[in-house]
Unconditional design. Structure first.
Length: 312
């Protein structure tokens, strides 16, 4: 695949993920957060399952099929995925699509910070100013005028912590197994099953509600989780690192665009400034280390094709 086609594919991924925020809001008209998350990720697992089965067959043929400890680690990823998705979904019940898109992206500067705290991996210097910038952008976006952020914003901000932990750990598991689709399918399955079990204990699930939310669930599950993730893996195998970082960051912009066109979201000057600041910081923290590495080696840096996004 040519670089230009890979970039277009990644742009389509960012478009899908940005538009999925609208589907997540619309789906809440018929079902509650845990139910929506459970059905959505089970559908995503069904889409990725054929690719996962092919990887399982290949690993079995080589005698390197996953061990019980690998299954436990994939299950842990599924729990993190469920927490991030559910917290985000709860937040969307009382915040806007635009706010959710930008606040979820706070996981980007959180990942190197958590790597420093948990894995003792020294972060690039750009993490510190961009983290401060993201905090400032969050304050501007979430209620600088009233000093009283929307409750939904707080839920979405909390979800970014689980997304960051998931991103930090999923690459390590997928690298050892050398089976990204198998890891993806497994974590989707765990996420979906746990969400539905919890929904059965705490939410009211009706056929009428599921029917009412069916279109939104199918879009968020099949298109966003299943197709979006698969296209991301394919595109990032051929795209340059800086290209992929910037293009996938456009998810936040597409979320704001679809929120404006379909949900009537409107931002004041403070909110616009906050969105701009967060987006700039996200781009800088992704491309600055790659630019420095490329300059020091004299070679172009190729982005790892492992599934390292907050939207699997």
């Amino acid at each position: 695949m040519k670089r230009s086609r890979a970039n277009l594919l990644l742009l389509a991924v960012a478009l899908i993920w940005g538009s999925a925020f609208v589907a997540q809001v619309e789906g809440m008209a018929g079902v509650e957060p845990l139910t929506f998350t459970g059905v959505r990720f089970l559908l995503g697992a069904a889409i990725v399952a054929p690719l996962a089965w092919r990887e399982w067959y290949a690993l079995s043929s080589c005698g390197t099929q996953p061990l019980p400890r690998d299954a436990l680690q994939v299950a842990a990823l599924g729990v993190l995925l469920m927490l991030g998705a559910v917290f985000q979904q709860v937040g969307l019940t009382s915040t806007t699509v635009t706010n959710a898109g930008f606040l979820t992206a706070l996981y980007v500067p959180l990942v190197p910070l958590l790597a420093w705290l948990i894995l003792r991996t020294r972060p690039h210097w750009s993490v510190w100013p961009t983290s401060i910038g993201c905090l400032g952008g969050t304050w501007l976006l979430s209620g600088a005028a009233t000093l009283a952020p929307v409750v939904g914003d707080a839920w979405v901000i909390a979800s970014s912590l689980f997304w960051a932990l998931h991103v930090l750990l999923v690459g390590r598991v997928a690298e050892r197994l050398a089976a990204p689709f198998l890891v993806a399918c497994g974590q989707f399955l765990v996420c979906g099953l746990i969400s539905l079990v919890c929904a059965g204990l705490s939410e009211t699930i009706t056929v009428t509600g599921l029917r009412q939310a069916a279109l939104a669930i199918v879009y968020a599950g099949v298109v966003s989780v299943g197709i979006g993730f698969t296209a991301q893996v394919v595109g990032q195998r051929y795209a340059q690192a800086a290209d992929a970082a910037i293009i996938l960051s456009a998810e936040t912009v597409f979320a704001a665009l679809f929120g404006f066109l379909l949900m009537g979201d409107r931002l004041n000057a403070s909110g616009l400034a906050g969105c701009a600041l967060i987006l700039v910081c996200i781009i800088i923290v992704q491309i600055a280390p790659l630019t420095v590495a490329g300059r020091s080696t004299g070679e172009s840096t190729v982005l790892d094709c492992r599934p390292r996004s907050r939207h699997p």
